[in-house]
Design a protein around this ligand. Structure first.
Ligand code: COA
Length: 159
């Protein structure tokens, strides 16, 4: 049983994240999608409970994909749940520096937990959650980028 965690802020989850989960579950037996805390993103549009709900709803088609939340170190959580690695998505060269630093720091903290990078489909490479929040705030159609439950939740936030 090879389990991985896929940590992120997911504010909100997009089709780009879901694409990464699909690729991860093809490679591993279980994927824990984990809402983690990025201290630089202390203020989020959606509460932790809302993000958990939206992730669960968006990922319900997948077997062996679970959603959880933690506030500590990603590597500690990986150990707690018995994961062999941490999945991260790489969309463009601009992601590389931050991801590289984080992967090496995580390796320093826990040499037995690998970071595995997966690339989403190229149609999602320009996508991120901030862009979605901005588009929704301006009442633009986001249906190409997020599942219906997220569209509804965004519409409620910005009504
Ligand atoms: N499709 C679409 N968007 C994607 C994406 C994909 N496949 N992959 C990443 N993104 C976007 C996210 O939506 C997010 O967009 P935003 O900045 O506009 O909100 C951005 O890329 C990166 O976010 P995310 O992948 O959620 O990472 P993050 O930088 O918010 O999270 C943590 C980083 C939470 C994993 C990291 O801070 C962490 O591990 N924290 C726990 C504490 C810890 O262990 N610290 C030590 C780390 S060395």
């Amino acid at each position: 049983m090879r389990k991985v965690i896929y940590p992120g802020t997911f504010d909100p989850v997009t089709y780009g994240h879901i694409d990464i989960v699909r690729r991860a579950i093809d490679l591993f037996d279980e994927v824990n999608v984990t809402i983690a805390v990025n201290p630089n993103k202390a203020v989020t549009l959606f509460t932790a409970d809302e993000r958990i709900f939206l992730l669960k709803e968006s990922l319900k088609e997948f077997d062996n994909v679970y959603v959880d939340y933690f506030t500590g170190l990603t590597v500690d959580h990986a150990r707690e749940v018995g994961a062999v690695g941490i999945i991260r998505g790489l969309r463009a060269v601009s992601d590389f520096e931050f991801e590289f630093q984080m992967a090496l720091m995580n390796r320093k903290l826990a040499g037995d937990i690998a970071t595995i990078f997966l690339m989403p489909h190229e149609k999602y490479t320009y996508l991120n959650s901030s862009l979605i929040r901005n588009l929704a705030n301006l009442k633009s159609d986001v249906s190409d980028f997020v599942p219906p439950c997220v569209q509804e939740a965004l519409a409620k936030k910005f009504k």
